[in-house]
Every structure is written in structure tokens, then in C-alpha cells.
Design a protein around this ligand. Structure first.
Ligand code: ATP
Ligand code: MG
Length: 341
């Protein structure tokens, strides 16, 4: 039942001296969402372009729905949809014209092509914009028309290269809903992202990639579990008492205390085995007379996973998300020693 939609072994791609992809293995079950998570330049786009047969690997093999990307690229292309950072719609045509044209290219009759175009525009809330030239679209509309263009043929496997980079939270949620719908209908989605939260929200499994290599693979929960049993985020009413609070919590749990840039915030990694002592944190702070208007206990963020895996936070723009949920208090920056900030 769990056939693989994508299998890759040892994919390598060099650009002169840059080893953009340096031996990537992937095993993506059919009907799942698979996230490739990594910072700028990690090799995400290059990996996807190889799998989509847009560029040839220097070494390694891959099969998409059983078709070898080297010996049977045409079969791969007919079963795969791709939207990329470098999208394919014609800016001078309207949204509707683009979709109709693509459908005609795929062999739809004139009427069927118009109908498919109208369906897709409606599904992507672009019905009103369908008559306008794509070059007049906002970033979010543009991303949705790119997605619609890749779905004209209802592909079994869809590659989405950073589908939500630069979108506002609302547009991003729309894209997420579309991805979920596609998967509910049986598609397999391979998604690249720099957003930890996106991988967490959408992906059944995640490969974390850095410098062209997979440095960790698993479910979001597994990746988070590799870091410790959780993280406490506190906000204090009085920033001047942060060190006192840090001492109280440190004595209680023994975990690593990190100091986010916000001077009233405090983050504590709960060490393995100390999870059941977290309930004592608030009473202990109260006993010390420290007022804590905000307290949360959560699993470690994927940011922290990245930090634990690589020793570095993801590239700085990786978290410029416009959505504060993606930038948890005490995100990676908090673990950089004070003087290096
Ligand atoms: N056509 C190319 N010619 C030369 N170097 C390239 C080319 N494409 C990618 N690279 C290099 O290969 C590395 C991996 O690039 P890639 O585009 O795959 O990264 P990415 O993970 O998609 O990054 P981003 O998040 O910025 O899109 C980078 O160092 C990049 O500069
Ligand atoms: Mg890229």
C-alpha cells in the first residue's frame, strides 16, 4: 500500500566548485506531504529541479512514480506538476488565458479548456482577477495562479518550491488549504520551505537539508523530540527581574536558560526527565514575588531543532515570516552569545 512516489539515492549536482546537492536520499510515500526544509542556498531548488527532470544529476538516481528521471524523463514530466521560484505563466496574458492555453497544450478541447480554467480560477479565489493580465497581480495572487497552472492536469505528484515565501499570513493559509485539499484527493506533494512552521503544519515527514546534505529526517515530532522534552517561554511584568527569574527556573529544572532579545522574555529548555517538574515553575516564581503575565510550555520549535543539528540558527532571513507564530520567543537568535548579536 505504501508505495513510494519519489525515491532518490545519492543525488549530486555541482555548479563549478559549488556542491549544490551533495548526496541526497529521499523516500516519499504516495499520498503524503513531504517537506524539504533548509535555509537559503541549502540545495532545495536544485534537488527539486533534478527530480522534475529540468536538470540532470551529476551522480545518483531517482524515480518518480517508478519512472527513472534519467532514462524516462518524459514519463516523469507527464506525472508531475511543478511550481517553482521561477514560474511559468506568461505575464502579458490574463490568468484565464494562461490556464486555458495550458489546458489546450495538454490536449483539452476548447470548451473543456475554458471550463478547466474557470474551475481553477474559482478554486483559487481568482475568479474576479481571471480577466486581468498576470503582471498586474499581487504576490499572493501570482503565487495562486502559479499553483493553478501546475494543477491544470491534476498531477499525481506535485513539486512546490517555496510556495509561500513572501506571502502574508492570509495568502499563506490559502496556499496551505489548497495543499491539504490536493493531498486529501490523493496527490503526493513535495514541498520545499525555509519556514519551520510551514513544514511543521503541512508535512508528514521532513528532511532538513543544509549545504546539499540531508542532516535529519523524520516527522516533525521526531525531529523536535531529538532536542529535549520541551521549552518554557516566559514573559515577565518587570524586565529588571529576568536574572532572578532565570536563577529560580534554573534551580528547579536545571535546563539551559536562553535570553531572547526582548528583555522581559525568558526561554528555558526543559531537559529530558525534568518534564514533570515544569508544573512547579509558576508557583516558585510567585513565591519569589516575580509576576509572570505570560507562560507557555511547548515542544521545541523546529528552529531549535535546526540549531541543535547544525550548531547554527537557520540563515537569518529564514524566519522573516511576517507571522509571529513562526518566530517563537527565544528563537535561534537567543542562543547566540550576547556579545555576538
Ligand atoms: N544555475 C546555477 N549556477 C551556479 N550555482 C548555482 C546554480 N543554481 C544553484 N546554485 C548554487 O547552488 C547552491 C544551492 O542552490 P539552491 O538554489 O538549490 O538552494 P535553495 O535551497 O533553493 O536556496 P533558496 O532558499 O535561496 O531558494 C547555492 O550555493 C547556489 O548558489
Ligand atoms: Mg530555492
Amino acid at each position: 500500500m505504501h508505495q513510494l512516489a519519489v525515491e532518490a539515492e545519492g543525488l549530486v549536482k555541482h555548479f563549478k566548485e559549488t556542491r549544490a546537492v551533495d548526496g541526497v536520499d529521499l523516500a516519499i510515500p504516495q499520498g503524503s506531504v513531504y517537506g524539504i526544509l533548509g535555509p537559503n542556498g541549502a540545495g532545495k531548488t536544485t534537488t527539486v529541479r533534478m527530480l522534475a527532470t529540468l536538470i540532470r544529476p551529476d551522480a545518483g538516481t531517482a524515480r518518480v512514480l517508478g519512472h527513472d528521471i534519467r532514462t524516462d524523463p518524459d514519463a516523469v514530466r507527464t506525472s508531475v506538476g511543478l511550481t517553482g521560484q521561477y514560474a511559468s505563466v506568461d505575464e502579458d496574458l490574463t490568468g484565464a488565458e494562461n490556464l486555458t492555453l495550458l489546458a489546450r497544450l495538454y490536449g483539452f478541447s476548447r470548451n473543456a479548456a475554458r471550463q478547466r480554467s474557470a474551475e481553477l480560477l474559482a478554486a483559487f479565489t481568482l475568479a474576479d482577477a481571471g480577466g486581468k493580465q498576470v503582471k498586474t497581480y499581487s504576490g499572493g495572487m501570482r503565487r495562486r495562479i502559479d499553483l493553478a497552472a501546475s494543477l491544470v492536469m491534476s498531477p499525481q505528484v506535485l513539486f512546490l518550491d517555496e510556495p509561500t515565501t513572501g506571502l502574508d499570513p492570509r495568502s499563506r493559509n490559502q496556499v496551505w488549504d489548497i495543499v491539504r485539499l490536493l493531498v486529501a484527493e490523493g496527490a503526493t506533494v513535495l514541498l520545499t520551505t525555509q519556514y519551520l512552521e510551514e513544514a511543521d503544519q503541512l508535512a508528514d515527514r521532513i528532511a532538513v537539508i543544509d549545504h546539499g546534505r540531508v542532516i535529519a529526517e523524520g516527522t516533525a515530532t521526531e525531529l523536535k523530540a531529538s532536542v529535549g522534552s520541551g521549552t518554557i517561554h516566559l514573559r515577565l511584568a518587570d524586565a529588571a527581574r529576568r536574572e532572578e527569574a532565570a536563577a529560580v527556573v534554573g534551580r528547579l529544572l536545571g535546563g539551559e536558560v536562553v535570553r531572547p532579545r526582548d528583555p522581559s522574555a525568558l526561554t528555558v529548555r526543559v531537559p529530558d526527565g525534568a518534564g514533570d517538574r515544569t508544573v512547579h515553575v509558576l508557583p516558585a516564581l510567585q513565591d519569589a514575588g516575580i509576576v509572570v503575565p505570560e507562560f507557555s510550555l511547548g515542544q521545541p520549535s523546529l528552529d531549535e531543532v535546526f540549531l541543535a543539528l547544525t550548531g547554527e540558527p537557520p540563515a537569518d532571513d529564514a524566519a522573516q515570516d511576517g507571522d509571529e507564530r513562526a518566530v517563537p520567543a527565544g528563537r535561534a537568535a537567543s542562543s547566540i552569545p550576547e556579545e555576538e548579536r
